[in-house]
Ligand binder design. Structure first.
Ligand SMILES: [Fe+2]
Length: 208
C-alpha cells in the first residue's frame, strides 16, 4: 500500500497574514487547493502501487504526470506555509537571518535590490508558478529561480523560501508581491539556508 499523505496544519490562523494575504484567500488556498493536491496525490500513488504490483507498465507511465503535478503541489505549498509568518512575529524581522543576509548582500549589494530582482522574476511568470530563493549546491551561490505550475526546484537546489504566484492571489490583491515581504519567515529562511535539502523538506515528513 502506498504512503498516504495528509494536509499539514498551518502554523498560524487563516487571518494571521492579513493584510498581506486575506483570511478568505488563505482558507481557500489551504483547505481547498492544497488539500486537493494531497487527495489526488494519494489517489495517484495508490493506483501507481497497484499498477506496479501487476507490472502494468503503460498504466505506471500514465500515472506519472499526476504524481509529478500533485506531489509538486504538496511539496511547494508545504514549504510556502512554513516560510511565512505573521507580520508582528519576531520571525518576520530580517534580523532573524544574519548569515543569509550577509550572503544576500554579497550577491545583490543590499536586501532592497534583492527584493526588487525577486519581484521582477515573480511578475515575469506567465500563468501560475513559483518564485524561489535557492542555495545552489552545498556552498551556494544564492539564486532566484522560477518554476512553472507545480514544478519543484532542482535536486541540487535548497529552497530557502518560495512565493506562490497563484493567479487568484495576485489578481485579487494587487499589492501581493510587495506585501509578501512583510510576512516572510526569515528565521525559517536562515535555517534552510544553513541546512541541507533534508532540513528544508522536513515539513513533508511531518505531514505524512
Ligand atoms: Fe497555491
Amino acid at each position: 500500500m502506498a504512503q498516504t499523505y495528509s494536509l499539514p496544519p498551518l502554523p498560524y490562523e487563516y487571518n494571521a497574514l492579513e493584510p498581506a494575504i486575506s483570511a478568505t484567500i488563505m482558507e481557500l488556498h489551504h483547505s481547498k487547493h492544497h488539500n486537493t493536491y494531497v487527495t489526488n496525490l494519494n489517489k495517484a500513488l495508490h493506483a501507481h502501487a497497484e499498477a506496479t504490483k501487476v507490472t502494468d507498465l503503460p498504466a505506471i507511465v500514465a500515472l506519472e504526470p499526476a504524481i509529478k503535478f500533485n506531489a509538486g503541489g504538496h511539496i511547494n505549498h508545504s514549504l510556502f506555509w512554513t516560510n511565512l509568518t505573521p507580520q508582528k512575529s519576531p520571525e518576520a524581522s530580517p534580523d532573524s537571518a544574519p548569515k543569509l543576509h550577509e550572503a544576500i548582500r554579497q550577491q545583490w549589494g543590499d536586501r532592497k535590490t534583492f527584493q526588487q530582482k525577486f519581484n521582477e522574476q515573480l511578475l515575469g511568470i506567465q500563468g501560475s508558478g513559483w518564485g524561489w530563493l535557492v542555495r545552489q549546491g552545498t556552498t551556494g551561490p544564492l539564486v532566484i529561480v522560477t518554476t512553472k505550475d507545480q514544478d519543484i526546484v532542482g535536486k541540487d537546489q535548497v529552497p530557502i523560501f518560495g512565493v506562490d504566484m497563484w493567479e487568484h492571489a495576485y489578481y485579487l490583491q494587487a499589492a501581493y508581491v510587495e506585501n509578501i515581504w512583510t510576512v516572510i519567515n526569515w528565521k525559517t529562511a536562515e535555517e534552510r539556508y544553513l541546512g541541507g535539502n533534508a532540513d528544508a523538506f522536513k515539513v513533508l515528513k511531518a505531514a505524512i
